[in-house]
Ligand binder design. Structure first.
Ligand code: ZN
Length: 302
């Protein structure tokens, strides 16, 4: 009997001790964990607007940049850049037509400039690196008469410029210096040869587009094509293509034409300008406050 009382007394004592020590130990452990977490939060950089959430994890954008240094082509020609401050959609009337001429300067340049001057129209020339006898004087005249000048690659050789992003940037830098040194303007616009997405740059176009935008350049595709490089084109087909294309645009029209020695475009120009003016359209040169058409990335296959 006595033994049994002693046994139960001990059991109660042990129970009381456990009831006190277990919660106490738990509180001490929680306090330690709390202190450790506090220290971790205090020593982490603040996660403000730069916080990036990927899946369920949050990262500080600056630390991502530190962990992923610049790509080799991003280090090339740091001076190859433009100052982009934003688009101003309020300044562009929806019935504006932006005439653009690729591939010059050429023997057509002075004729195109004469036609534009006669009709008091400003346009934009996306130029290559031409070294012919009169190329520099034509390029200077484009700038002097108030037209826009954009880059269109120095060589226009698809196999070369679209072989790698490095090649493209190297060629673009030559094109940039060519325009800057001869026309005395800092180009801010470019048009990719073949457009921003074409069969030659399918492997690279995302990196190419991202890299030129990262450097502050705005690339401009088109929403109307004059078809002046198509086989069998005529003055009439050029006029018809442009007029029909412009009328289909919901907003401003960006017309692709070429300054490549073909005189049909020169003869078509007055007709295009006069007919569109009669229908209430106006013309302007491009600059980097105008939001241009950019081809939409294709849906991934599969
Ligand atoms: Zn071209």
């Amino acid at each position: 009997m006595t033994k049994s009382i002693v046994f139960w007394k001990r059991c109660i004592m042990v129970g009381i001790v456990l009831l006190i020590t277990i919660p106490t130990a738990g509180v001490i452990l929680l306090a330690m964990e709390n202190s450790r977490l506090r220290h971790e939060i205090e020593t982490k950089p603040p996660m403000g607007d730069d916080a990036v959430t990927i899946g369920t994890n949050s990262y500080d954008a600056a630390s991502i940049v530190r962990k992923h240094p610049l790509l080799s082509y991003q280090l090339l020609y740091p001076e190859l850049s433009a100052n982009f401050v934003g688009f101003n959609d309020d300044l562009v009337d929806p019935k504006t037509v932006f005439l653009t001429f690729d591939d010059g300067p050429s023997t057509s340049t002075p004729l195109i400039l004469d036609a534009l001057k006669e009709h008091d129209v400003k346009a934009t020339f996306f130029v290559n690196g031409k070294t012919g006898l009169f190329a520099a004087s034509w390029l200077k005249r484009i700038a002097k008469e108030g037209h826009g000048i954009g880059l269109h690659s120095y060589t226009h050789q698809y196999s070369l410029i679209y072989a790698s992003v490095e090649n493209f940037i190297e060629d673009l830098n030559k094109n940039y210096l060519y325009v800057k040194n001869i026309a005395d303007v800092n180009p801010t616009l470019l048009r990719f040869p073949g457009g921003s997405i074409n069969t030659y740059n399918l492997r690279l176009y995302q990196s190419l587009c991202a890299e030129v935008l990262r450097r502050g350049f705005i690339y401009c595709d088109w929403n109307v094509s004059a078809g002046d490089t198509l086989k069998g084109e005529t003055v009439d087909s050029i006029v018809e293509n442009v007029l029909n294309g412009v009328k289909l645009c919901w907003g401003p029209a960006f017309v692709l034409m070429h300054d490549n020695g073909n005189v049909d475009i020169v003869q078509a120009l007055p007709k295009i300008i006069e007919k569109l003016r009669a229908e209430g359209y106006s013309f302007a040169a491009l600059n980097n406050t105008v939001r241009p058409p950019m081809f939409v990335y294709p849906e991934p296959e599969g």
